[in-house]
Design a protein around this ligand. Sequence first.
Ligand SMILES: [Zn+2]
Length: 89
Amino acid sequence: MFGCRVVFCKCHSLGCPWRGPCKEREEHQNICDFPRRIGADLLDIVRMKQEQEKSDDTRLLNTLFDLLSYEKIVFNGNLVLVRVGDSGK
Ligand SMILES: [Zn+2]
């Protein structure tokens, strides 16, 4: 709808998946149960998010280290990766 942005719930950073038109946010936030959840639940969600971010970081680092293990990376329309020790062949 015109003049209405898509926004997240104010509890989005706590794990609430709701997103929708800004005019519906207040209505959602009145029934959103995230503020009422007990601390332990929230702690679990925060921990889960941290674990997920950590594994994303680890995956990125592994990709980076993998790329760094190549002696040569050539991009000429095709990506050519040459491993250390393969270049003489
Ligand atoms: Zn919510």
